[in-house]
Every structure is written in structure tokens, then in C-alpha cells.
Ligand binder design. Structure first.
Ligand SMILES: C[S@@+](CC[C@H](N)C(=O)[O-])C[C@H]1O[C@@H](n2cnc3c(N)ncnc32)[C@H](O)[C@@H]1O
Length: 247
């Protein structure tokens, strides 16, 4: 069955860029479509920081790679300097564009789902700036928080409940605002500003029933209930699930 191609509006000889969600860690949480594409594309790209060439998403797909496929790692500097980042994005986009221009289909791996806080959006925007005719398709993946909810054995939302997914990167304020409107909260990027996230959960009366999940489906997976006991900053791959009590 042909895939839904969200961005393909013109016919050319150029290759297609697939933004492939690989799930949060467990290689069995890759979709059949992602596994099939990993066997059919000419090149598999993954992102890493410039500090090393390690890529979690590459580790996840390794069992699914076709023999002979050598994945290519695109490195991105760990900096807030916009000019440095823009340069890195452009350089990496040009590398991918060379494949597409040569008619090669390529996959860009993203952890979890490519439409949820992922680098795929940046890559596609940069590519489109360089060449507006770039053809791309998104292959959705299992998000970190759906896998974490499964691990915790808690439904994320039921019936008329509202679910909010927020970023904890700036601390607890987004959570404070979202808690006014939502019954159930997911806080992604719950690491650096964990102290303030905890404070916000306590103010909303959610701290004791919240769940912290780290490295879900990865080595070192950890689940903690009752966050009042957590004193240390959790690792980068950490999220919080918090739900108001019914009634
Ligand atoms: C840049 S976002 C990527 C989100 C991802 N695209 C998704 O669909 O879940 C990174 C954040 O996702 C969460 N995350 C990703 N993988 C995770 C995992 N295996 N276990 C726990 N949290 C994870 C963490 O909150 C982390 O800080």
C-alpha cells in the first residue's frame, strides 16, 4: 500500500526524505513501515552531538538495518549560539540534499515520533530553504510518553479528560499554566529544571501520584512513583506523568 505523502506535491527524479520515528528505545516498538523502509532506502541518517558520534536512535534500529547499510551520523553542536547552530543545520542539510539530488531515497531517524519535539522539523525546514521542491514523508513512531504510560500501567486520559503535553525545559511554569486546563499532564524534558517542575507539581497537588520515567525501553530504564522522594536531577531521557484525581 502506498504511503501517505504529506509533502509530496510534485513529480521529480529526486529521492524522497523519510522522517522515520523509531520509538523511545525498545527495538520491538518500531512500526512495520519503519522497518520496511530501513531495508529499502539508500542511506540511513541519524543525529548525534559533536561531542561523540553516539546516536540512541541508531542503536534502536541496528537490528533492523539491511546488511551492508552503513548509517551516516550528522553531528550537531551542543550550543545555544544560533549562528553556530544554523551553520551546522545548513551543512548537514546539504549532505542530505546531495543524496536526494542524486535520486537516492534516505531515512532520517528520530527518537519516538518525528512530529513530537524532534529534530526532523528543523532538518526539513532547512532543506526546504535550500530547495523548496524537496520531497518528504513522515513515518510516525511510538512516543516516549505513550511507552512510559504503558510501563506505568496508567491510562493517559479517558472519557472527557484533557491531556496536555508540555516541555519542562524552562521549569514548572508551563506545567502550572497547563494544569489549569488539563486533567492529565505529560512533562517532557524533565531534567535540568527538575526542582521547579517538582515545586509546580507540589503546588498543584500532583507530586505524590506523579510518575517519573527515565530511559524508557533503554538500558537503565527506571520508574519512580511519589516524586517527593526524588532529590537528584534525572537524566536527559526523563519525563513525568501526572494526573488529577477523578471526582
Ligand atoms: C527532544 S524530545 C524527543 C521526544 C520524542 N520525539 C518523542 O516522540 O517522545 C526529548 C525528550 O523526550 C523524552 N524522552 C525521549 N525518549 C525517552 C525515553 N526513552 N524515556 C523517557 N523519556 C524519553 C524526554 O523527556 C526527553 O528529554
Amino acid at each position: 500500500m502506498p504511503g501517505v505523502c504529506y509533502f509530496m506535491d510534485q513529480k521529480t527524479d529526486k529521492g524522497i526524505l523519510y522522517g522515520v520515528g523509531v520509538g523511545p528505545g525498545d527495538p520491538e516498538l518500531i512500526t512495520l513501515k519503519a522497518a520496511r523502509l530501513l531495508h529499502s532506502v539508500a542511506r540511513v541518517y541519524a543525529a548525534s552531538s559533536t561531542r561523540n558520534s553516539y546516536s540512541v536512535s541508531l542503536d534502536i534500529v541496528r537490528p533492523h538495518l539491511a546488511p551492508g547499510v552503513t548509517p551516516a551520523v550528522l553531528s550537531f553542536p551542543m550550543t545555544r549560539d544560533a549562528a553556530v547552530l544554523d551553520r551546522a543545520w545548513e551543512e548537514n542539510a546539504r549532505t542530505v540534499l546531495a543524496d536526494l539530488d542524486a535520486g537516492r531515497d534516505v531515512a532520517f531517524l528520530t527518537l519516538g515520533d518525528p512530529s513530537t519535539y524532534s529534530t526532523f522539523g528543523y532538518l526539513l525546514r532547512t532543506l526546504r530553504d535550500l530547495d523548496p521542491t524537496v520531497r518528504a514523508e513522515v513515518v510516525p513512531g511510538v512516543t516516549s510518553y505513550s511507552a512510559a504510560a504503558a510501563l506505568a500501567g496508567e491510562p493517559l486520559a479517558e472519557a472527557d479528560q484533557t491531556l496536555a503535553v508540555v516541555s519542562g525545559v524552562c521549569g514548572g511554569d508551563t506545567l502550572r499554566r497547563a494544569a489549569r486546563a488539563a486533567d492529565s499532564l505529560v512533562v517532557l524534558k524533565a531534567y535540568k529544571r527538575f526542582g521547579d517542575i517538582k515545586a509546580a507539581l507540589a503546588e498543584e497537588g500532583l507530586l505524590r501520584d506523579a510518575v517519573l520515567v527515565s530511559a524508557c525501553g533503554q538500558e537503565g530504564q527506571n520508574l519512580v512513583r511519589d516524586l517527593s522522594q526524588v532529590e537528584e536531577i534525572p537524566p536527559y531521557f526523563s519525563l513525568v506523568l501526572a494526573k488529577k484525581k477523578r471526582g
